[in-house]
Write a protein that binds this ligand. Structure first.
Ligand SMILES: NC(=O)c1ccc[n+]([C@@H]2O[C@H](COP(=O)([O-])OP(=O)(O)OC[C@H]3O[C@@H](n4cnc5c(N)ncnc54)[C@H](OP(=O)(O)O)[C@@H]3O)[C@@H](O)[C@H]2O)c1
Length: 372
């Protein structure tokens, strides 16, 4: 059956659904799916969270038995590769008995392109695609840019007051966000492979960095690896993070490990990684490469100012989540969200693209991609 106007309309709907996964699934691609049976939509969904079920699986679950003999419209060619965190979408489509699959864009991943379509055809499914490559492509640009990189997708996250501060004073911590934004913050941890902070934040806030949602991390995911960028291993062996190291993984990335400190921290269950930079600090490029080699594909960085500033200056940040709370901290000691070399002209500022604002409880949450 050739692609018709109703086909294109459903495919465009799948592309629109895919966009709902932006900021939540990277470095995975955003994907939307519509299941149509005899001109009626019986299930539609999108990939809604890193490490969670794919769009096809969610849409098929909604369709139930109505998926048998139906057409699946997918914004991206269904994945056919086994051995991923989630089962291949091709298997789910075949198991559900879908008769036809129409997709907007091909998956250009080397070794992946055409593979899903091939497997579906081999099983007798009618496959058409790529049907709308130009319309699907803009949403895939970030996935394609991140693919094959030797570092994780890096999300910077901070909570700030209305007067642009992330703490009342240097070395002082405290919770700024409202309840609902805090729930989202824990979800973001649970959806990341690792959560990192600088040692300044450990000393000020003594954070645990775990996902503390009632049922644990979403979709049965493991707790994230916890990482501290700590040039000289100043993280106290008595910090909550180190005391909890036996319950979950803690990695201290340092530039130089004094033997006694290393031994004390390792004895407590923390792992020490040496990544010396030329300035005596942690070489963030090398540290991120080491994290990627350990399987960290999505890294959430929760401050503080210096670590955010350094990652931005090095072009190592992909996405920003900023929670703005209706409070004013005032005071003369300013702790801003990012401190570093800065820029002399506004034109040279780091810009966020596709920025969206949402009201979450009393707070405003900004999400955007770092341009570049
Ligand atoms: N509201 C929020 O969302 C939020 C979140 C987090 C933190 N905070 C606040 O932020 C403040 C801490 O910020 P901060 O800037 O003092 O500390 P930070 O960014 O947490 O840690 C900075 C430290 O990281 C270490 N580091 C190692 N390698 C580095 C590199 N390549 N580049 C930069 N730093 C590197 C450095 O210490 P060494 O070189 O000495 O090891 C540096 O001083 C606290 O007041 C905390 O409460 C607020």
């Amino acid at each position: 059956m050739p692609t018709s106007e109703p086909d294109l309309a459903r495919l465009r709907r799948a592309i629109a659904l895919a966009a709902k996964g932006r900021f939540r699934v990277e470095p995975n691609p955003v994907v939307g799916c519509v299941i149509d049976a005899g001109g009626k939509t019986v299930g539609e969904a999108w990939h809604d969270g890193y490490g969670g079920p794919h769009a096809e699986a969610r849409a098929l679950a909604l369709a139930g038995p109505a998926a048998r003999g139906a057409t699946a419209y997918v914004s991206l060619e269904p994945c056919g590769r086994t051995g991923k965190k989630t089962p291949p979408c091709v298997d789910a489509l075949l198991a559900a008995g879908v008769a036809r699959v129409v997709y907007a864009s091909a998956d250009a991943t080397p070794g992946e392109q055409g593979r899903g379509a091939e497997r579906l055809r081999a099983a007798g499914v009618v496959v058409e695609g790529p049907v709308l490559p130009d319309e699907g492509a803009p949403l895939l640009a970030r996935y394609e840019r991140a693919r094959g990189r030797d570092r994780p997708w890096v999300v910077l996250k901070w909570a700030m007051s209305l007067d642009g501060r992330i703490a009342p004073a240097a070395g002082k911590g405290g919770v700024l966000s409202g309840e609902r934004a805090l729930v989202e913050a824990h979800e973001a941890r649970g959806r990341s492979d690792a959560v990192a902070v600088g040692v300044g934040t450990v000393l000020a806030d003594d954070p645990l960095l775990t996902c503390r949602l009632a049922g644990g991390p979403p979709d049965g995911r493991p707790q994230p690896l916890r990482v501290v960028f700590d040039s000289t291993l100043r993280t106290p062996p008595g910090s909550r993070l180190v005391l909890d190291a036996r319950n979950g993984r803690v990695l201290l990335a340092c530039a130089r490990a004094e033997e006694g400190r290393r031994r004390a921290l390792e004895a407590a269950g923390a792992e020490v990684l040496e990544a010396p930079g030329p300035d005596g600090r942690v070489d963030l490029v090398a540290a991120l490469r080491a994290l990627r080699a350990r399987g960290v594909a999505r890294l959430l960085v929760e401050g503080g100012s210096r670590v955010h500033g350094a990652l931005l200056a090095l072009g190592l940040a992909d996405q920003v989540t900023a929670v703005v709370s209706p409070i004013v901290l005032g005071g003369e000691s300013v702790v801003p969200p990012a401190v570093g070399t800065g820029v002399a002209r506004v034109e040279d500022a780091t810009r966020l693209e596709d920025a969206t604002w949402r009201k979450v409880g009393e707070d405003l949450v900004l999400q955007g991609y770092v341009a570049g």
